[in-house]
Design a protein. Structure first.
Length: 306
């Protein structure tokens, strides 16, 4: 017990290295000391020693199978090293022990998202929020899962709830804009993108999506070539090292064309085409070839009216 108690005191005093040493001594003297294994696992995670942490969490869970927190933390650590299937198994064990364990529900939802199981994730986010209604991150993640699952109307409702809790969430405004655009409500989408940029001027989704609408909208009253060029140029700078860069270059080319700068439009679209081909993105490459043909005729690209 002495080494275990010293570990607790030293951990509280932020003497982590010494605390780890005493927890190691505690489990060496008493290998079935579940609490010492658990506390040691937590400190090892903080120090980035994940493989060692997993071993101690596994030992704690084996000694005390009713320890929901050990199962949950083991899941978190496994997920962090890219083992989502193993993480899911331990989150489920935690929830078998404590069905109302909100943190485990949220963590399970995150892992299910990584596996592409949006419906499963949605159910777990809802369970998390039933236990913790003010959990802003879970609310945002629920909205995003609904959007990715194609349940747009529900996503809109949930993003609006996020913004009631946190009106300054640029990502929530940007994603709400995407949801409105999916519904064909272009003006509402533009309002949300604008709000996102007022909060976070370099928000890539808002910059690129608003620039695209200003350049290509089917409604002439919404188009503004010079503003589209300004926004797309900022998006270009923000995305230069991102896998989204070919798409942003496409947007910048469309903006140049709407502004009547067809030489720049053709050159930029060609760069976008080269990048799309390198990525193997045939859908984007095909779209760019069609748009380049327009720019060679000194014509902008506009979306067709619905």
């Amino acid at each position: 017990m002495a080494h275990y108690n010293l570990g607790i005191v030293l951990s509280e005093q932020r003497e982590a290295d010494q605390a780890i040493d005493h927890y190691r001594r505690a489990v060496a003297l008493r290998p079935d000391y579940a609490e010492a294994h658990y506390n040691l696992g937590r400190l090892l995670v903080e120090h980035g020693q994940l493989a060692d942490a997993i071993a101690h969490y596994e030992r704690a869970a084996a000694i005390n199978p009713a320890d929901a927190e050990a199962q949950n933390n083991l899941g978190v650590t496994l997920f962090g090293i890219g083992r989502p299937d193993d993480a899911i198994a331990h989150y489920k064990k935690a929830l078998e022990i404590r069905p109302d364990y909100a943190e485990a529900s949220c963590n399970l939802a995150n892992a299910l998202i990584a596996k592409g199981d949006f419906d499963g994730a949605i159910a777990r986010y809802k369970a998390c929020l039933a236990a913790m209604p003010d959990q802003e991150e879970a609310q945002y993640n629920l909205a995003s899962a609904l959007l990715r699952a194609g349940r747009t109307d529900q996503a809109i409702v949930e993003y609006q709830k996020v913004l009631q809790m946190h009106p300054e969430s640029a990502d929530a405004h940007a994603n709400l804009g995407i949801a409105w655009l999916t519904k064909g409500r272009v003006r509402d989408a533009m309002v949300e993108y604008t709000k996102a940029l007022q909060i976070s001027p370099e928000n890539l989704a808002a910059l690129s999506n608003l620039a695209w609408l200003l350049a290509t909208s089917a409604d002439p009253s919404l188009r503004n070539g010079s503003e589209a060029v300004r926004l797309a140029g900022r998006a270009d700078s923000a995305s230069s090292r991102s896998d989204k860069h070919p798409t942003v270059l496409r947007i910048l080319a469309a903006a140049y064309a709407e502004a009547g700068q067809f030489a720049e439009a053709k050159e930029t679209a060609q760069h976008a085409l080269e990048a799309a081909n390198i990525q193997g993105n045939t859908t984007l490459a095909d779209a760019l070839r069609d748009e380049i043909a327009l720019y060679e005729l000194d014509l902008p690209y506009h979306k067709e009216a619905r």
